[in-house]
Ligand binder design. Structure first.
Ligand SMILES: *[C@@H]1O[C@H](CO)[C@@H](O)[C@H](O)[C@H]1NC(C)=O
Ligand SMILES: *[C@@H]1O[C@H](CO)[C@@H](O)[C@H](O)[C@H]1NC(C)=O
Ligand SMILES: *[C@@H]1O[C@H](CO)[C@@H](O)[C@H](O)[C@H]1NC(C)=O
Ligand SMILES: *[C@@H]1O[C@H](CO)[C@@H](O)[C@H](O)[C@H]1NC(C)=O
Ligand SMILES: *[C@H]1O[C@@H](CO)[C@H](O)[C@@H](O)[C@@H]1NC(C)=O
Length: 581
């Protein structure tokens, strides 16, 4: 490294301060976007007209409206000046932007209003619990109540003077104490909630109890902890156990747990966002109300290698119960993969993934996620392909529609699994590393096969979403799902990791595997095997934009595969955050 580089590095170190989990660029925080670059803006994924967004906050359903709040910088395209921006929708498709719901105004949140959750009290009153940054830069927990309960838009929020209601005392690190969950009510008539924290290398879901939602007392032990560094955005909720058919795929409201019969038929999910790796993981387990202990079921790794909602770009997620359709819906933030100067030029950064319905798989081994049914209403021009064999090293284009903003569902059949490559059990821990070694262009036996999306006509740009099948001992198989954006763009500064997860299917029995991919200009959001494995990636093609974006099916394995059926739809553009009249 030469002296000039050392100086440059020092300069970067001085200008960029890492505050909480965000890299901070003080000199850019309040530089308003003067123009908006539309090229890679999304059509049907949630985003505001401009500037920076991150975590989804306080999602809920109230008087016929879905509410989504989110971390937002009203003044620039990088993190800073954080408020709770607020949007509402009747159908999770068309969104209307309202004025920010919660913003710094009191000593207990004067330096920022960070993430939090909504709880619906038994009286029907919604209450927001959020992290405020006080004048000492301490992270404290506050409540806010709607000013006018008759207003379905819940435009104005009142912060009682008795805030903060939870302060970082009793050995809590005031710089690592945030993101309160939705509260739940126990048989002992006490409310409970979790706040993310850490002690040394140990991530904590700190538990608090309250009788009146005002005075909160820290429990003697956290609900759960793990040696994975700071836990952000914990989410803790019940899921119906399959078998109790009356609960099939339906969501469970934490409020229903007051009914002992319901409480006996559920499992619990604990999800945490790891500040260190910037990934999330979840476990499914049991929760003892009497001792306030959560125990993950056997078979769920409770560490960095745990199951993820999404193996790509998806963080700070939060679920909520939708009473209108009795389902649990998951929101998650996807950041940009381009550079900060790119974001400044674009005038915006960050989107929310498509809201996903979430439920426990029939055998209770994992969660299943699927785009909410509402987005089918956006499907327009349709094309299809059926019973088309794709031989080794062959590909074909899906023509007759514009794929740049589309929804693609495809089922692949595999003729012959006997040739599948041998799987090394050491690979089980890290699918991403395996996919990096065996990317889309590394020939295999069964796979790689899948889609090239946002591809240039000459294929110089393309993002591969694909499967690869391995065999293990005892005629069992392992299915790997990958997203390879290596050639998504010519821009060398763009972050282009291969993302991957294993798919828990018995491929020898099914002989087919399904893939659904939502393509949206700079978003490739994929659901493998009906939502068992999900991967979202952000890509920025230069050629494969607008009408020049193409869709192909490819097979780079030795064994033939067949497209049993492929359906693809152009997607209409909903009303996305036009300001309220
Ligand atoms: C409360 O909201 C309702 C419904 O929007 C409205 O009619 C009423 O005027 C509001 N009350 C106040 C005091 O603003
Ligand atoms: C508290 O958390 C901050 C932020 O992660 C960290 O820099 C600091 O070292 C922690 N303090 C202690 C005493 O662990
Ligand atoms: C393909 O789509 C057309 C028109 O949407 C439909 O009539 C036809 O049945 C479809 N074919 C298959 C095999 O799905
Ligand atoms: C990317 O493009 C280069 C040059 O055409 C090619 O050699 C390589 O195999 C491609 N990689 C992928 C993953 O498509
Ligand atoms: C999203 O951006 C990439 C590239 O800058 C980072 O590597 C990721 O850590 C980041 N993800 C989150 C959740 O912040």
């Amino acid at each position: 490294m030469g002296p000039a580089e050392v100086t440059a590095l020092l300069l970067v170190a001085l200008l960029t301060i890492v505050r909480a989990s965000h890299v901070v660029y003080p000199e850019l925080q309040s530089l308003e976007a003067t123009q908006i670059d539309e090229t890679s803006r999304t059509g049907y994924h949630f985003q505001p007209p401009k500037h920076w967004i991150n975590d989804p906050n306080g999602p809920m359903y109230y008087k016929g409206l879905y509410h989504l709040f989110y971390q937002y910088n009203p003044k620039g395209a990088v993190w800073g000046n954080i408020v709770w921006a607020h949007s509402v929708s009747t159908d999770l498709i068309d969104w209307t932007a309202l004025d920010p719901g919660i913003y710094p105004s009191k000593p207990f949140d004067i330096n920022g209003c960070w993430s939090g959750s909504a709880t619906l009290l038994p009286s029907g009153v919604p209450v927001m619990m959020y992290t405020g940054i006080d004048p000492d830069e301490h992270q404290v927990q506050n409540v806010a109540y709607p000013k006018n309960l008759s207003d379905p838009f819940l435009r104005e929020w009142v912060k009682p003077d008795y805030n903060p209601i939870i302060s970082p005392d009793g050995g809590i690190n005031a710089s690592a104490f945030r993101d309160p969950t939705t509260a739940w009510y126990g048989p002992d008539r006490h409310w409970r909630l979790l706040v993310g924290s850490k002690v040394g290398d140990k991530g904590l879901a700190v538990l608090y109890r309250s009788r009146d939602f005002k005075r909160w007392v820290k429990a003697h032990h956290p609900l759960h902890s793990g040696l994975t560094g700071m836990w952000e955005c914990p989410d803790f909720f019940p899921v119906a156990v399959h078998g109790g058919s009356r609960h099939h795929r339906r969501g469970v409201d934490t409020a229903e747990l007051r009914d002992a019969a319901v409480a006996e038929e559920v499992k619990y999910v604990l999800k945490v966002s790891l500040d260190l790796t910037r990934y999330e993981y979840y476990t499914v387990g049991s929760y003892d109300h009497a001792t306030d202990r959560y125990t993950p079921d056997a078979g769920f790794p409770d560490n960095d290698y745990g199951l993820r909602y999404d193996y790509g770009d998806f963080y700070a997620s939060k679920s909520f119960y939708d009473p209108a359709k009795r389902r649990r819906i998951l929101w998650g933030w996807a950041n940009e993969s381009d550079t900060v100067p790119d974001d400044r030029k674009k005038g915006w950064a960050g989107i929310q993934a498509i809201p996903r319905k979430l439920w426990l798989s029939p055998r209770g081994k994992q969660l299943i996620q699927w785009p909410v049914e509402e987005i089918k209403a956006l499907r327009a021009k349709h094309v299809n392909v059926s019973d088309k064999v794709v031989k080794s090293d062959q590909y074909f284009e899906v023509t007759g529609f514009k794929s740049v903003q589309s929804d693609v569902e495809v089922a692949f059949a595999i003729k012959d699994l006997s040739k599948a490559e041998q799987f090394n059990p050491a690979w089980l821990r890290d699918p991403q590393a395996l996919c990096k070694k065996r990317g889309a262009r590394v020939t295999g036996e069964v796979g790689p096969f899948g889609l090239w999306v946002l591809a240039a006509g000459d294929l110089t740009e393309r993002t591969a979403v694909f499967f690869r099948v391995f065999k293990t001992t005892g005629s069992k198989h392992v299915v790997l799902m990958c997203n390879d954006p290596t050639n998504s763009t010519f821009e060398s500064q763009v972050y282009r990791p291969t993302f991957a997860g294993f798919v828990n299917v018995d491929i020898a029995q099914t002989k087919t595997i399904a893939l659904r991919t939502l393509i949206d200009h700079s978003v490739v959001e994929s659901f493998g095997a009906g939502g068992k494995t999900c991967i979202l990636t952000r890509v920025y093609p230069k050629k494969a934009v607008g009408d020049d974006a193409h869709l192909f099916v490819f097979n780079h394995g030795e064994v033939d595969i067949k497209v049993v059926k492929l359906d693809a739809w152009e997607m209409k553009t909903p009303k996305m955050n036009a300001p309220a009249q």
